[in-house]
Design a binder for this molecule. Structure first.
Ligand code: ATR
Length: 284
């Protein structure tokens, strides 16, 4: 890395940030693509978010990512919000342009882009999302934007799923949106299944978000968990003949989108994944 007075600054705010993979991911890509940028991580207490944003403006940052627990609070301080980020109600990427702060949510964008890159068309498909938290919300908004015709949500806490469905219904009409229970999950045969819960994440790698899920050959199954690379749920899907996509897709997809927003450069997706897995071995 060759830092000079011209090097542009980008970064991350969160609390904590010490385990974030983003600095390594971004800085490896900047090096690979000869982008004169450096990505730094800042542990910012919730009460200091506004001050941190002012500091970024003064210091000439080009943009920054936002992670837990600031994805909602950061919206108070922005000058403009991308439409989907507004519907999702959370921002994970901010661009600083002419002293103004513009908020985006690249989680859902990256998710959908990674499917498109694999030639998967979402229009008129049936999707099942497991979980109803922040990640599910971002993914659902983009699935609906892409024209999914039936969207089912399964969640441990019924009320949270119902709340998400009601929220989505306000913005997307003509779509079948439904809550599924453990009992009736078998009645739906989706084209796409997405696990957005942390169930199966290290160290509880034997757990699955739905036990005995009836995978069918040809289904596309995505798990947004990347540690382990292949969750028990995903392994079972792959063994049943599904197309199994791990959490690296979304991790890399959201970073690629942020880089595009800040620099205008479109990073090649497969190359980015291979740099991370083979070159850095940071996940192994
Ligand atoms: P994120 O921003 O990563 O989506 P979140 O907003 O906390 O995180 O949402 C986590 C999701 O995973 C929720 O749908 C949560 O279910 P509840 O609404 O019932 O809390 C789900 N989840 C978390 N731990 C779970 C577990 N052990 N079993 C089943 N679902 C779980």
């Amino acid at each position: 890395m060759n830092i000079s007075p011209n090097t542009k600054l980008v970064g991350l705010i969160g609390h904590p940030v010490e385990h974030s993979l983003s600095p390594k991911l971004h800085n490896s890509l900047y090096k690979k693509y000869n982008l004169d940028y450096v990505y730094l991580a800042f542990d910012i207490a919730p009460d200091d978010v506004g001050k941190a944003l002012e500091a970024f403006k003064v210091l000439g940052f080009k943009g920054f990512n936002v992670t837990i627990p600031h994805k909602e609070r950061v919206m108070w301080f922005l000058d403009w919000l991308d439409t989907e980020a507004a519907i999702i109600g959370a921002v994970n990427t901010v661009k600083v342009e002419n002293g103004k702060l513009i908020g985006y949510n690249t989680d859902g964008m990256g998710f959908v882009d990674s499917l498109k890159r694999r030639g998967i068309a979402l229009k008129d498909t049936v999707a099942l999302v497991l979980g109803a938290g922040g990640a599910a919300r971002a993914i659902c908004v983009y699935l609906l934007k892409e024209g999914v015709k039936e969207l089912y949500i399964y969640n441990r806490t019924r009320e949270r799923a119902i709340e998400l469905i009601k929220h989505l219904e306000r913005f997307f009409s003509g779509v079948c949106l439904n809550y599924l229970t453990k009992e009736n999950i078998k009645e739906v045969q989706p084209d796409l299944v997405v696990n957005t819960t942390p169930v199966g994440m290290w160290p509880h790698t034997q757990l699955m978000p739905v036990e005995d899920y009836a995978f069918l050959p040809g289904m596309i199954v995505v798990d947004i968990i990347y540690n382990p690379i292949e969750t028990a749920f995903l392994r079972k899907a792959r063994q049943a003949g599904c197309m199994a996509i791990n959490g690296l897709d979304m991790l890399v997809g959201q970073a690629i989108k942020a880089i595009e927003i800040w620099t205008g450069l479109k990073v090649d997706y497969d190359e980015a994944i291979s740099i991370l897995i083979e070159g850095d071995k940071f996940l192994l």
